[in-house]
Design a protein around this ligand. Structure first.
Ligand code: GLA
Length: 362
């Protein structure tokens, strides 16, 4: 939506704490195997999906991080105490995967844990090995670290454990995007911006409509804390995994995009269906997510007896506003948009463009 005014919409200026590694000026975009494969991941799958990402032209749209989540590591460290990859599933070692991603102009992400062992894989975690592991990641050419929250010393709070790896990464000699995964338990939006480039705001995503709605609502609460350098993370995308309808996947992708969530493709790219690929490739919606202003859109109105006919909105650069009319009811309904909710003066005329359809004039 384009207006005559410089729009601050219904959004106060966010209160920000900024981690100083210079990364994540816009939310990151990429691919991760976790939503599709969980622990059944291996290097063949990662190489294949890296190729498919490029073949589909997704890298050209900004999806440029290839990320390996849990289950890449061996159960134990090597004799010198270093992390190593699992000999059967990742025999080439993680540096080979990073090199491969870099050879395609992409970046490479890995996962570890702020405890003794990783969450589902039960592989070696990084607690008490932060400096050593950060150096190992840097030496392998890692560009991104997701840091999980299982099997840690109980008395030690996340806002004390997570900064340790943050500092270690900053001293590793390589810029590494750092994302915190403590599921929103200790309200990381309030403190993590000083230490990380993004932080999960809730439970794990599932390929289910009810879970998508819960994650969107959880994330929305922290909208004021997102901005260039530090983002709220409602978890990775499920588009393409097959359990939701195309309309539900479009809503999922739209809401994630306007919330300025990291856009991490979470499905099998070697065999993705055309209608799912089209969602990931909606350039105009990606542009909203990557807008340089970096302000997270939020819920500005709830209508109907069910309060489930919603308007979400937020300012964009260039005197524009992004608007989502989100019908969470079970039937077709009308949703009203008040200029007031958008921060517009009465009588202002606007041009409206439906990013899934056509140009409309109001
Ligand atoms: C946690 C995280 C997930 C995933 C798994 C891996 O549950 O929330 O995103 O990384 O661990 O074991």
């Amino acid at each position: 939506m384009q207006t005559k005014w410089n729009v601050t919409a219904a959004v106060p200026l966010p209160r920000r704490l900024v981690y100083d590694n210079g990364l994540g000026k816009t939310p990151i975009m990429g691919w991760s195997g976790w939503n599709k494969y969980e622990c059944k991941i291996n290097e063949k799958i990662v190489f294949g999906n890296t190729d498919a990402l490029v073949r589909h032209g997704l890298d050209q749209l900004g999806y440029n991080y290839v990320i390996v989540d849990d289950c890449w590591a061996a159960y134990k460290r090597d004799k010198q105490g270093n992390l190593k990859s699992h000999p059967t599933t990742f025999p080439s070692g993680m540096k080979a995967l990073a090199d491969y991603a870099h050879s395609k102009g992409l970046k490479f992400g890995l996962y570890s844990d702020a405890g003794r062992r990783t969450c589902i894989g039960h592989r070696a975690g990084s607690e008490d090995h932060e400096i050593r592991d950060a150096k190992t990641f840097a030496s392998w050419g890692v560009d991104y670290l997701k840091y999980d929250n299982c099997f840690h010393k109980k008395h030690y709070y996340p806002h004390l454990r997570y900064p340790v790896m943050s500092e270690a990464l900053n001293k590793s000699g390589r810029p590494i995007f750092y994302t915190i995964c403590e599921w929103g338990e200790d309200h990381p939006a309030l403190w993590a911006g000083k230490y990380a480039n993004s932080w999960r705001t809730s439970l794990d995503v599932k390929d289910r409509w009810d879970r998508i709605q819960i994650l969107a609502d959880d994330n929305n609460m922290w909208a004021a804390y997102a901005g260039p350098g530090g983002w709220n993370d409602p978890d990775m995308l499920q588009v393409g995994n097959g359990r939701m309808s195309v309309a539900e996947y479009r809503s999922h992708f739209s809401i994630w995009s306007i919330m300025k969530a990291p856009l991490i493709i979470g499905c099998e790219l070697r065999k993705i269906r055309e209608e799912h690929l089209e969602i990931y490739k909606n350039k105009e919606i990606i542009d909203i997510n990557q807008d340089p202003l970096g302000i997270q859109a939020r819920k500005v109105s709830r209508q109907g007896r069910c309060k489930c006919r919603e308007v979400w909105a937020g300012p964009l650069s260039g005197k524009r506003i992004v608007l989502a009319l989100w019908n969470r009811d079970w039937r077709r309904v009308a949703i009203k948009v008040n200029w007031f909710d958008l921060g517009l003066e009465p009588g202002v005329s606007v041009r409206v463009r439906d990013l899934w359809k056509v140009l409309i004039r109001l």
